[in-house]
Design a protein around this ligand. Sequence first.
Ligand code: SF4
Length: 314
Amino acid sequence: MNKIRLGVSTCLLGHKVRYDGGHKRDPFIIDVLGKFFDFVPVCPEVEAGFPIPREAFRLVGNVDEPRLITQRTKIDHTDRMITWAHARCDALAAENLSGYIFKSKSPNSGLFRVKVYNDKGMPIQQGVGLFARVFTERFPVIPVEEEGRINDLSIRENFLERVFVYNRWQSFASNPSPGGLVSFHTVHKLLLMSHSIEHYRRCGKLVASIRQQSFTDLVNDYRQIVMDCMKFKATIKKHINVMMHIMGHFKKYLDSDQKAELLELFDRYRNEFVPLIVPITMLNHYVRRFNLSYLNDQLYLNPHPMELKLRNHA
Ligand code: SF4
C-alpha cells in the first residue's frame, strides 16, 4: 500500500535549515509517524531563497495582515514570501497531501499564536505564519496541526483521525460516484457520530438527497461537513453513546453476564480507569463473533493502525 502523504516543516525532520543553522528534529514525527506516512518537507525560508544561517524574521504590524521583517536590519520580505508561498502551494496541489504538520511559533510556518510585534516592539501571540496562512486558505479542508500540540494525546488522536478520514475521502474523490458516496458515508457513520451528532445528521440528509441536486455541489458540501465534523473532539460521553448504540445491535445475542460485563467496561472507561481501546476491543470481539456485517464495516471500530496507540490513553 502507498503510504499517506503529509506535508511537514523541514526543520522538524532533522534538516539543518533554521536561521541559526540548527534543526528541530521531532522524534514522534520521524520515529513513529514515519512508519505510516511519507513526508513532503517544506521550508519556506530556505526554499524562498534565504541562506543558512540567516538573519531571523519576525511578524510586525496588523495581526491579520502582518509584515515579515528581518529582526536587526528591518528589511520587509513580505511580498517575496507571499509570492513564493502561492507558487509552492500550486506545486503542493499535485502532492496529494492528506495532512500537514507545521513548526510552531515560526513567522512563516507557525499555525497558531505566532508573535506579531506592534510599533512599540510588544508582541501579541495571535498571528499565523505567512506560509501557513497561504496554505490553509488554499487548502481549507486538509487537516493541519503543529508539532507541539500533537504531543497532547487527544489533539494527536483527533488530528490523525482527520488525516485518515481525509485520505479515504481523497480515494473516493479520485473517482466519485453516487454509489461511492453512499458507501463512504455508510462506513463512517459511527465515526462521525462520535465527533458530532449534528454534523452526522446533516451528512445523512445530504446523502439522502443525492438525486435531488447537482452531484458536484453535493460532494463539495458533504466534504466540508465531514471535515468540520471531525474537528470536534470525540469525548468520553460521545464514545459511550456510540458504544451503547453498537451494543444495541447484538444485545439479543448476549446473556445477562455478558451484558453486565460489557456495561461494566463502559463504566470503567467513563470513570477513566481504562482507556477507550479496552471496551472497543470487547466490542470488536462480539462484532466478529456474531458476524454483523454492518458493524464489521464501521471504521469507528478500527479507524487507524493499532500500532499508533491512539486509543490507549484514558
Ligand atoms: S520553521 Fe519553517 S521556515 Fe523556519 S526553519 Fe523550520 S521549516 Fe524553515
